[in-house]
Ligand binder design. Structure first.
Ligand SMILES: C[S@@+](CC[C@H](N)C(=O)[O-])C[C@H]1O[C@@H](n2cnc3c(N)ncnc32)[C@H](O)[C@@H]1O
Length: 283
């Protein structure tokens, strides 16, 4: 189903919203139509019906404005990158990335060759591991997620409380674990003075509603070095994940202000390269 026009999205959303059977089926995975049969539960404490209602309200009127480019047009050679993938990254969870996106994420890390990556939204650590495994020796990933003790009372963009999960379980025990530093924080309160202007890549994948993504994006801008990159997940989404419209809206605004943002073809990623020091001087 092609969802890159508002009309197509509305048509799909209408049929989805009208289908009462879906209310009992729980969340489905975006981006590939694969069933979320082994999802461990709803991502919020809202009922499926409440969640869909909130998501539909949020999504109304959002369009996909970014131009789409194959990854190798953005990072020449990325389509031939030799990427490290671990079988433990094969997950069927609503919040986990499918393998093709992990492969692209690994290719991005390979091409950018970062020494410091900052990630907002660790979850089980799948994307963290894909990044670390494809960074040079000595590279470091600082990944930020809520303190597990705060999940039940956390006020997020769709209500209160998040499900339980084993934070970072996918990178624990791997040889890449020593490259990864887990920090516990609400991204909105993330105190990152030691990282300001130093990250080669900031990956934004925490709360997908608008206010959070907008503020996470502003924080990403403060952390990235001149010439570095900002990457967002879930710029595009399937109707059942339309709370991600917050990402679309926030990234659209960023694009309208800064330009040079692309959706990476066949993925839900959006990417932006921050101007380098020389480019900034001449601007
Ligand atoms: C979609 S998951 C991240 C998936 C992960 N990047 C991956 O690909 O495996 C979103 C994560 O963001 C975290 N999160 C949501 N809101 C947050 C916030 N305000 N501050 C910090 N973490 C947050 C959730 O606990 C969850 O682990």
């Amino acid at each position: 189903m092609k969802l890159h026009s508002l009309a197509a999205w509305k048509k799909a959303a209408r049929s989805w919203l009208e289908d009462d059977r879906d209310a009992a089926a729980g969340p489905r995975r975006a981006g590939g139509g694969r069933p979320g049969g082994d999802a461990v539960g709803d991502v919020t404490k809202l009922s499926p019906r409440e969640r869909r209602k909130a998501a539909h309200a949020i999504a109304a009127g959002v369009e996909f404005l970014l131009p789409t480019r194959p990854v190798d047009e953005i990072l020449p050679g990325a389509d031939r990158a030799e990427v490290v993938m671990l079988p433990r990254l094969i997950r069927h969870h609503l919040w986990s990335m499918p393998e093709h996106e992990l492969l692209v994420l690994g290719a991005i890390a390979t091409m950018i060759n970062p020494t410091l990556v900052v990630e907002f939204g660790t979850f089980q650590g799948g994307s963290t591991l894909a990044l670390a495994a494809n960074m040079p020796d000595g590279g470091r990933v600082v990944t930020v997620d809520l303190d597990p003790a705060e999940r039940r009372t956390h006020e997020h963009g769709l209500g209160t409380g998040l499900m339980d999960f084993d934070l970072g379980c996918l990178f624990r025990g791997t040889r890449y674990e020593s490259m990864i530093e887990q920090r516990y924080s609400n991204t909105l309160a993330f105190d990152a003075d030691d990282l300001l202007g130093r990250a080669d890549l900031v990956f934004v994948d925490a709360d997908h509603t608008y206010e959070f993504t907008k503020r996470d994006t502003a924080k990403a801008e403060s952390l990235v070095r001149p010439g570095g990159w900002i990457l967002w997940h879930d710029y595009t989404w399937a109707p059942e994940n339309s709370e991600c419209a917050g990402v679309t809206k926030a990234v659209n605004e960023f694009f309208q202000h800064h330009g040079a943002c692309f959706q990476i073809a066949k993925t839900r990623f959006a990417i932006h390269r921050v101007p380098g020091a020389a480019m900034r001087k001449s601007a």
